[in-house]
Design a protein around this ligand. Sequence first.
Ligand code: ASP
Ligand code: ASP
Length: 363
Amino acid sequence: MTFSQRHFLGIEGLSREELLFLLKTAESFREISEREVKKVPTLRGKTIINLFYESSTRTRSSFEIAAKRLSADTINISASTSSVNKGETLLDTARSLCAMRPAAIVIRHPASGAAHLLAQLDKCPVINAGDGTHEHPTQALLDVMTIREHIGEVEGKTIAIVGDILHSRVARSNVLALTTLGANVRLVGPPTLLPPEFRLWGVEVHTDLRSGLSGVDVIMMLRLQRERQARNFFPSLDEYARRFCLTTQALAEAKPEVIILHPGPMNRGIEIDSRVADGPYSVILEQVTNGVAVRMAVLYLLTTRERIAAQDRPDRPDRPDRPDRPDRPDRPDRLNYPDRVAEPSPAVVQEISPVLPKRAVGQ
Ligand code: ASP
Ligand code: ASP
């Protein structure tokens, strides 16, 4: 199959096949990070802009490393150093950046929907690196990739997502990805941090940690997002930790071969005990490693599709001329995407993907 999305804004709306295709593509990229020379020429000559309006260590550096391993040039813009401080709107910033013809913009923003807004400009592919409390789709992909490496297919397995679900874009994206792939998802947390609409999404809800962890295959702990909590959702941090901190005792409720994930950054001693975070069931650092492969896959799929499309339709019989640019018949409008990308020809696959097995692009 081909990946037909113009932008990567969320897990919502992705089919099971698309998710599996993304994961498979990411798996084929993981090997590059094991090599001594961790670089392939796939995106040579392309520029990726990381536009970060929220602090981030992990996600920003992960996108940057992913782009660099594909030989793209990267520019990092953070809110503290950009014209945002001078009152420029997000759309004006984006318009200017798009005018420099990047191959993609990766955006992290505190407002839910910011990535969608940028995508509406439709000037270049937009990748959502976390928007408010809405979605963090590459995080969900790296989580599912890590889970599958340990327990195989997630279908029929039980995964508990524990903590501050209400403010978590990681939880939202993971619920969508995991339920689309057929997993049983449990949400565990204090009632004040469980959004009621999740009941409509076919998940179980538990307000007691031990019952929520009983017999689960995977535990995904979430950070308590105090910066997003406009009021008090629980009496005190001590109280929260007493009831919801993942300790070795609470862990005993899960299956013996359980794995533990956390998207980072961790609040040690609040949502997770250090002995658990650093213990034998933790796969937290593997998540970080897989994050690079997932982001390489997303960058690759979004930024090469234009070229695939252009080469497959050299004469664009559907758009013979451009009234606004009659003098440039040789330059079809590169900013307009075709509705669906055609299956690339074997020659194109070879050219754009010297390092990938064919299945990563053409299946
Ligand atoms: N929330 C941040 C991120 O996803 C965490 C970090 O940067 O350490 O990037
Ligand atoms: N790093 C994740 C995010 O940006 C999780 C977190 O910040 O707690 O959403």
